[in-house]
Ligand binder design. Structure first.
Ligand SMILES: [Zn+2]
Length: 378
């Protein structure tokens, strides 16, 4: 009810009625309380809020749905979404990934029929993950990662030809392609050989860029790979048309399980904690972000997203002149589906809330498995 300073008993009846109408959301409970409310229309609290503390009055700024939208610094749009897709080397396969709801691993022959309706609905960008399934396709060096007949390079060529407007990002790593399942080349003791790994990963990035990928996105977390890739892009004369997106703040943790099912990239021994960031480490994430900005990254990514909103905010702070991306990873996506299935919340509401939180933290790009749904919802 509007506070006029006039005791309600003396207000015109029409004024009282219109103030009830103004507040439709709570009109029922308000109406039942109205006679009680009238009796304290000019209490001390009301007087203070009118005569002194004007800054306490916020509701007017977000009463209307449009006004609520205006409170956001940025709105989710289709342009902000990158859809991760898994392409295997079994050309005709289309297999649901049990732990990643509604997502499939597909062979190249299934790619166009799947993507065509999404492109028509406004899909702007995909992130390609190659999945070698054939026996013998993995080795210690991840040789099949940049096989010209492998799924990623063939997909880049096909998608460039069929969907010229589609922006093609390629995840660059070795873990899907190595027998040991780690993100580089190993020393005898099982730890990463940083120099050899960077050499190899930057070669894979070159092969994807040369095949026509608009964006190469190294996710391996080896030290110095952004600089190495940038230098090779310059050397090859393709740095001007290849975007380098760094998975700068990629944290280790248990949210990648469904992805590993999809990509077959679980490590054969050990884990990735010596090169992916410790989840509790905000400072080391800031250092990784600053390093990658200085090494020539065009976009900084934070992964996972929802548990690392502070790091997204840090990335926006440290890289205020760069776009910031966030990857809502497989485990986050699966949790949201599980919560909705258990009746905890509505799937669509949580898809929006989680994405809008990522934007609020500072990202303007979201790598999201909800992309197909958002193309319908937005
Ligand atoms: Zn990897």
């Amino acid at each position: 009810m509007r506070d006029t300073g006039i005791p309600s008993s003396r207000r015109p009846a029409s004024d009282v009625a219109s103030s009830i109408m103004d507040d439709r959301a709570s009109s029922v409970s308000r109406a039942s309380n109205i006679s009680r409310a009238m009796s304290y229309a000019s209490t001390a609290a009301t007087t203070v809020s009118i005569s002194g503390e004007i800054s306490s009055q916020l509701h007017g700024g977000y009463h209307h749905p449009l006004a609520r939208q205006w409170q956001a610094e940025r709105q989710l749009t289709k342009d902000m979404l990158i859809y991760p897709i898994f392409v295997s080397d079994i050309d005709d396969e289309e297999v649901l990934i049990p732990s990643l709801p509604n997502q499939c691993r597909r062979g190249i022959n299934r790619l166009i029929p799947f993507l065509e309706p999404l492109v028509h609905k406004g899909l702007k960008s995909v992130m390609l993950f190659g999945v070698p399934m054939k026996p013998g396709s993995k080795d210690a060096l991840g040789t099949s990662a940049d096989d010209p007949e492998g799924p990623v390079i063939k997909s880049i060529r096909l998608l460039r030809q069929r969907f010229p407007q589609l922006f093609i990002c390629t995840d660059v790593c070795l873990c899907e392609y190595t027998t040991h399942g780690h993100c580089g080349i190993l020393r005898e003791d099982g730890t990463l050989n940083n120099q050899l790994s960077v050499d190899r990963i930057s070669d894979v990035a070159m092969a994807y860029a040369a095949a026509g990928a608009h964006c190469v996105a190294p996710s391996d977390m080896n030290d110095g790979r952004i600089r190495a890739i940038k230098l090779k892009l310059i050397d090859q004369g393709i740095s001007h048309k290849t975007l380098l997106m760094s998975y700068s703040a990629k944290f280790s943790g248990c949210l990648y399980g469904p992805f590993r099912d999809a990509a077959g990239s679980a490590p054969a021994f050990g884990d990735r904690r010596c090169y992916q960031l410790p989840p509790s480490g905000r400072g080391i994430a800031r250092r990784a972000i600053v390093r990658d900005i200085n090494e020539g990254a065009d976009i900084i990514m934070v992964k996972p997203a929802g548990q690392f909103l502070d790091v997204i905010s840090d990335a926006k702070d440290l890289g205020r002149d760069l776009p910031i991306a966030a990857y809502q990873v497989s485990g986050e996506f699966a949790m949201i589906h599980a919560g909705a299935k258990a009746g905890v919340f509505d799937l669509k509401s949580m898809a929006f809330e989680s994405s809008e939180s990522i934007l609020r933290a500072g990202a303007t790009i979201i790598v999201s498995y909800f992309t197909p749904e958002f193309l319908d919802w937005l």
